[in-house]
Write a protein that binds this ligand. Structure first.
Ligand SMILES: [Zn+2]
Length: 380
């Protein structure tokens, strides 16, 4: 996800914000030797002619001026495609053999067994319920997703890697699933390792899959999928806007807060708010060498998350901070969330603004840091 963010911002960094028109824009563009037609809602128009367009299938198109062949608009109102229209469109784009499994909020495109698609559906719907209940209870007004939530599940890892490489490059090798901000989709593969030929004949059921993935060694793998599904929900239910400058500690903090699946529940439950033992252990270990300004470096910019050496500690600290704030300063956290949710796409805040907004919400950093360490130090 982070990589997509950087790519998109790099492409259109020079853009300024324009108000979105209540009309439909039609763009013909030239990319990778192909001519592509897209229509949708104009999100950003740049002084230099670059545009960010939200297509009717939920994809964001960052189109620099040199790619544009033509750009017109008319008064046709913008309507997101229906579930059936998106299904038809995506099935023609995916490799042969894919079908779609539909749940209340998700379209799961897959070429693995029906049982595995069902298992994914239960996991996602369970998370959806937990996620929406949690934020509603906290007093944050969620927006219903404007587009169906899409997941693409490959039966086999090699096919997944081939597909993912086009989006993530070589990073896909180390990623078992991801949410891509531009496509708004999750992509993953069958984690049971049983996908592919003969899978259906072996008669696996949702309960059997649950049993395989409830093994301790599989928990972290499933947590990763829940993590990515949480990002998708946060970006689709109004917590953040795609391509806005939401601090990474904040968006990742929410994803690690929710990544505690409860696979003992066949309905795909989620022990939200449970202590994330892996992140806690990592954070406590980090505390031995944690610099005095660690909280400040976490908040002021996203650099620690982009440095592979320092990222695991940054994720652990994002979990600790989110857990602490949601338990001890819930009202201030939700006010801060509300402010961040209004950030406009492609506008970047300088570090001083990040710090100022954080201090405005939570007060003095040194006092908060001392409180954080005391609170987390008592967790078991
Ligand atoms: Zn993440």
């Amino acid at each position: 996800m982070l990589q997509w963010f950087r790519v998109a911002v790099a492409v259109v960094l020079c853009l300024g914000l324009a108000s979105s028109a209540k009309s439909l824009d039609y763009v013909v563009l030239h990319r990778d030797g192909k001519e592509i037609q897209v229509s949708g809602r104009l999100v950003v128009a740049a002084r230099d002619g670059g545009i960010l367009l939200l297509a009717e299938d939920g994809l964001l198109w960052a189109i620099p001026p040199d790619e544009q062949v033509s750009h017109t608009a008319d008064a046709t109102p913008f309507h997101p495609l229906t579930r059936s229209e998106i299904s038809r469109r995506l099935l023609t784009e995916l490799p042969a053999g894919f079908e779609v499994y539909k749940t209340a909020h998700y379209l799961i495109f897959h070429d693995t067994s029906q049982a595995y698609a069902q298992w994914c559906g239960s996991l996602f719907e369970g998370l959806y319920r937990t996620f929406t209940n949690f934020w509603t209870h906290k007093g944050f007004e969620l927006a219903p997703p404007e587009f169906p939530l899409v997941a693409v599940v490959f039966a086999d890892r090699q096919a997944y890697l081939k597909y993912a490489r086009a989006e993530l490059g070589e990073a896909s090798q180390s990623v078992i699933g991801y949410f891509a901000m531009l496509t708004n989709r999750m992509t993953m593969y069958d984690l049971t390792g049983l996908g592919g030929q003969g899978y259906a004949e072996r008669g696996h059921t949702v309960a059997q899959i649950n049993q395989v993935l409830a093994q301790p060694q599989a928990l972290q793998t499933v947590a990763t999928i829940v993590h990515e599904a949480t990002h998708q929900l946060a970006f689709n239910c109004g917590l953040h806007r795609r391509l806005s400058d939401c601090p990474v500690w904040f968006s990742e903090g929410i994803a690690v807060f929710f990544e505690t699946p409860d696979l003992r529940s066949a309905k795909g439950g989620n022990r939200v708010g449970a202590i994330n033992q892996m992140r806690l252990t990592r954070f406590l270990r980090y505390c031995a060498t944690r610099p005095a300004n660690s909280l400040e470096t976490l908040v002021r910019n996203d650099q620690r998350f982009h440095d592979t050496r320092r990222a695991p500690d940054a994720y652990a600290e994002a979990w600790a901070l989110t857990y602490f704030l949601l338990h001890q300063h819930s009202k201030q956290y939700v006010a801060y969330l509300r402010m961040l949710s209004q950030k406009k796409p492609l506008l970047q805040d300088p570090p001083e603004v990040r710090l100022k907004e954080f201090r405005h919400a939570f007060g003095d950093l040194r006092r908060l840091d001392a409180e954080l360490l005391k609170y987390i130090g008592r967790l078991r």
